[in-house]
Design a protein around this ligand. Structure first.
Ligand SMILES: [Zn+2]
Length: 272
């Protein structure tokens, strides 16, 4: 630590500013908070944590969290560089969450909805039995209450530490969503940076509307794996929202500032 007024000044301003990943602009953190974590210069969308996402989408930022206590049982007693049980407990401590998703109910522009938001910071937003069960319960609540469902994805895919059990969640959630479809209740999928692997391969692409934030990475396998497999250079912007929209994989790319109203309008269209 440096002494003198110069050192004090440096110490006090530390952490108040950050550099935009995309354009390099130095941004005041408070300005970024006020702008929904979007760069005021280039509109780069920074990643949002699940709680901020829910606060942004629910009216008045208030909602009822559901199934918050569900935790993984570590069915395989899995070990990699450390035990899965230890990994889970340190993640639970760091994020104050039981697993990689928050499911909630509340109102969006006055309409009751069920809304789930994934948390990338919790083991890469990976989907294990808890994420699968919580989403399935959210679908079942939507069925029972006859209200729309919205899922905001941010995930690296299936949770490797739960092996085949994590893969079974793809089928489980997909089957639940089919019942929602048969009941003619809308499901809107919002894909955010990044949405990959088994999440893209299941519920993230099964919405009545699949919409993404600008510049989000969305795909199944990573670009390096694809390049090595097909032995071709991938085109510019591959696996980004705008590229996927151009190629018919998405219905819309919607700016964060317009997302809530866009969803509300879509639900008006589906429901009224
Ligand atoms: Zn920027």
């Amino acid at each position: 630590m440096e002494g003198g007024p110069e050192g004090e000044k440096r110490l006090r301003t530390e952490g108040l500013w950050l550099k935009c990943d995309s354009c390099g602009q130095i941004i005041w953190k408070k300005a970024l908070d006020d702008n929904l974590q979007v760069c005021p210069r280039c509109e780069h969308h920074f990643r949002l944590d699940a709680r901020t996402r829910l606060e942004m989408l629910f009216d008045g930022g208030s909602y009822d969290e559901l199934d918050a206590a569900l935790i993984s049982t570590d069915p395989l007693h899995f070990h990699d560089s450390k035990s899965y049980a230890d990994r889970l407990s340190s993640m639970q401590e760091a994020t104050s969450m039981s697993d990689a998703i928050i499911c909630a109910s509340g109102a969006l522009e006055g309409r009751p909805v069920n809304l789930c938001a994934m948390e990338l910071k919790f083991i890469g937003g990976s989907m294990g039995a808890v994420v699968g069960e919580k989403i399935t319960r959210a679908v079942e609540r939507s069925l029972a209450q006859r209200v729309p469902l919205i899922i905001v994805s941010a995930s690296g895919g299936a949770r490797m530490q739960e092996g085949a059990i994590s893969l079974m969640q793809l089928a489980k959630i997909s089957a639940a969503l089919m019942r929602l479809d048969q009941a003619r209740l809308p499901y809107i999928s919002v894909l955010t940076d990044p949405t990959t692997g088994g999440v893209t391969a299941s519920f993230a692409m099964l919405g009545d509307l699949n919409i993404a934030e600008p510049g989000a990475q969305i795909g199944f396998a990573g670009p390096r794996v694809i390049e090595q497999t097909i032995r071709q250079k991938l085109p510019e912007g591959f696996q980004r929202s705008e590229f996927l929209l151009d190629h018919g994989f998405l219905d819309a790319v919607v700016k964060r500032s317009e997302l809530k109203h866009y969803i509300a309008e879509a639900l008006n269209f589906f429901c009224d």
